[in-house]
Design a protein around this ligand. Structure first.
Ligand SMILES: Nc1ncnc2c1ncn2[C@@H]1O[C@H](COP(=O)(O)OP(=O)(O)OP(=O)(O)O)[C@@H](O)[C@H]1O
Ligand SMILES: [Mg+2]
Length: 625
């Protein structure tokens, strides 16, 4: 399927309720992350304010120079006072430059530290969130939040926020000075501030919406890239590359349009912020010239007025940029907390139960006891439950095959034991304890899974297979586990890889065949030496001979382990001591293969549909009888 249809229902999170907090309240939520960086950020702000005050002091010196030493020098031909004042201006200028440099040095490191800390906690939270969250949220939205948004926030922290405060302080102090010292001219300038304030407010409201839209669209675009890269084989095989490109182009064009709207809105404000002060300055110049001519104002005061307005003009024009940066940062904060605020319903209990300790048990460890008790399960947003009142007991050390028609809920049931989902009603017990009363670590120590779709990581074969094995185990023991598990899963092909078990297997193991991947996933589940093993159709991609070899070896391993094996083939059913039939969301029958063949018409129906595929091998025939 081209990603189009999939995306439309996956981009749901973007339309989740938006934060109705004010920008200030929104940004204040960053406090826990910026707390340790605050002293340096405050020092950076102080340095910036110092620089700005120095800039504002220069016009005062110029006023004094014009009305004092300059006038006196021209009158008395004595320029000594002028030299001192030039030196003072130079010192103020150098001081301003030094403070700006200091600000940069002070805020650079805390900014990157905050970004890294937020990125880490977001990733940690993503790892913690349940499978149901990841089913709902498109990868690109998460990627754009973890990369783009946090980068935006860092730039705002080290530059935007400081610049915003400095701009506002400079404008307020500067306008105050103008009003205090410039008389009528000051009041004219103050009048100019009114439209600026109104425009800034209107801009904020409008820009916030566009900023949100743009950041969400970036996330959707990232999702499209991620999906098409992920599904590149399918797209190529079905010649759907051009469709993917069309979809990408359409989304990129939408994003471009939003960016243009964003830039136009920004440019509108920036233009107004440039024009309004210019107009006020022009009016002030006419009035000022008149006042000086009338002798109501000194020339120095007029020079000071215009140099002060020049100092203020910079921050006024920057206000547009710093405001938009702030609003973008606010959107980034909202998007960050939308994920961080998602509560994980699958939490560890406060007082975990303490079932008998797990023997790290090589080989002969007895299997755990699993029981599904009156389990009903419905996926979020699904209309009907997939499983209804399921009762199924897996006594220690037994192997139970779960059979049912496709879509009957076998994989869903299998995912409840390792607590990838929580039951809607009822309970799943491991060793007599509800899995919700165990910590997730306790559950994982007991239950290992090989999924239907074997996901591997771009790491070495060793790391992939030993994923569920404690790092604390001595190296020699880890190596033995690796060798044994690979042998049981009949993954002899590993020896032929360029670097053996050290070979990196490419992104998601795509450099391997389906059957090879499946055997590594099986080896990974076995290597964890769990008390409960859940195998979701573990041999589906294997040829009959390899399957027989794996089956023969698995039977030894499964003798000591409690196993739930989802079976689509009679040969897999043959691994089991008993069979459970799943029909219409219920376990309708449990018994040996023979018993069920004799008593259960639905089982006969399933088996006949299974046996129409590969015929059971002699070994499996034997085991089945
Ligand atoms: N993440 C999910 N969200 C919503 N519904 C789901 C989800 N996963 C599966 N389902 C639905 O639950 C039902 C059972 O799916 P499940 O994967 O458990 O079937 P199965 O018995 O393993 O099928 P198969 O033999 O084809 O592997 C299906 O109707 C499926 O559409
Ligand atoms: Mg399945």
């Amino acid at each position: 399927m081209p990603p189009t249809d999939e995306r439309s229902n996956r981009s749901e999170p973007s339309s989740e309720p938006r934060s109705e907090l004010s920008t200030f309240a929104s940004v204040r939520r960053l406090h826990p992350y910026v707390r340790t960086a605050l002293p340096r950020l405050a020092a950076g702000l102080a340095a910036s304010l110092g620089a700005s005050l120095m800039a504002l002091a220069i016009p005062r010196v110029l006023q004094w120079v014009t009305d004092g030493p300059l006038t006196a020098g021209a009158r008395d031909h004595d320029w000594s006072g002028l030299a001192w004042s030039v030196a003072l201006v130079a010192v103020l200028g150098a001081g301003e430059a030094g403070l700006i440099l200091l600000r940069r040095t002070l805020v650079m490191f805390p900014g990157t530290r905050v970004e890294a800390a937020m990125r880490m906690s977001l990733f940690r939270h993503l790892q913690d969130l349940p499978v149901s969250f990841h089913d709902r949220w498109p990868g690109g939205q998460l990627l754009s939040r973890i990369m783009g948004d946090l980068g935006l926030l860092r730039r705002w922290l080290v530059f935007g926020i400081i610049q915003l405060v400095v701009s506002i302080v400079t404008i307020v102090v500067g306008v105050g000075l103008l009003v205090a010292t410039g008389g009528w001219l000051g009041i004219i300038f103050l009048c100019g501030a009114i439209p600026v304030t109104v425009l800034a407010f209107r801009f904020s409201r409008r820009y916030r919406k566009i900023s949100r839209l743009s950041q969400d669209q970036s996330g959707d675009l990232a999702t499209t890239v991620e999906e098409s890269v992920h599904g590149i084989r399918v797209l190529k095989a079905f010649g759907r590359g051009p469709d993917a490109l069309d979809q990408f182009t359409e989304q990129a064009a939408e994003l471009r349009e939003t960016e243009i709207r964003k830039a136009t809105t920004d440019a509108g404000l920036t233009t107004a912020l440039r024009v309004i002060p210019e107009v006020t300055q022009a009016v002030a110049l006419v009035v000022g010239a008149y006042l000086v001519a009338q002798g109501d104002m000194t020339l120095g005061a007029l020079v000071a007025f215009f140099t002060t307005t020049a100092v203020i003009n910079g921050p006024v024009v920057d206000l547009g940029m710093t405001l938009s940066m702030t609003l973008n940062a606010r959107t980034a904060v909202d998007r960050f907390f939308e994920v961080m605020d998602t509560v994980n319903p699958l939490t560890d209990p406060e007082r975990p139960a303490r079932p008998e300790p797990v023997t790290p048990g090589r080989g002969g460890a007895t299997g755990g006891h699993v029981a599904f008790r009156d389990v009903t399960f419905r996926y979020d947003d699904a209309a009907r439950p997939v499983l209804r009142h399921v009762d199924l007991e897996l006594p220690p050390g037994t192997t139970t095959a779960l059979v049912g028609l496709t879509g009957s809920g076998k994989s869903t049931l299998a995912m409840l034991a390792p607590r990838l989902f929580d039951v809607t009603v009822g309970r799943v017990e491991v060793d007599g304890v509800d899995v919700r009363d165990l910590t997730r670590t306790q559950v994982r120590e007991r239950v290992a899974v090989a999924f239907e779709d074997p996901t591997l990581f771009s790491a070495s074969v060793r790391d992939n297979v030993l994923l569920g094995v404690s790092d604390d185990l001595p190296d020699a023991e880890r190596e033995t586990l690796l060798a044994e598990s690979l042998e049981i899963a009949q993954a002899h092909f590993v020896a032929d890889l360029p670097d053996g078990a050290d070979t990196r297997i490419g992104e998601e193991g795509m450099s391997l065949s389906g059957g090879q991947r499946q055997r590594l996933a099986l080896a990974r589940a076995i290597a964890a030496r769990p008390r409960v093993l859940v195998l979701d159709d573990p041999l589906s991609a294997l040829d009959v001979t390899t399957e027989e070899a794996v089956t023969a070896r698995l039977r030894d391993v499964l003798a000591a382990t409690t196993t739930l094996v989802i079976a689509h083939r009679p040969s897999t059913v043959a691994l089991a001591d008993r069979v459970a039939v799943l029909q219409d969301g219920r376990v309708t029958a449990v018994g040996t293969h023979q018993e069920l063949l004799a008593s259960d018409p639905h089982y006969r129906h399933i088996i006949s549909s299974l046996t129409s595929e590969p015929t059971p091998s002699p070994t499996s025939q034997e085991a089945l009888s």
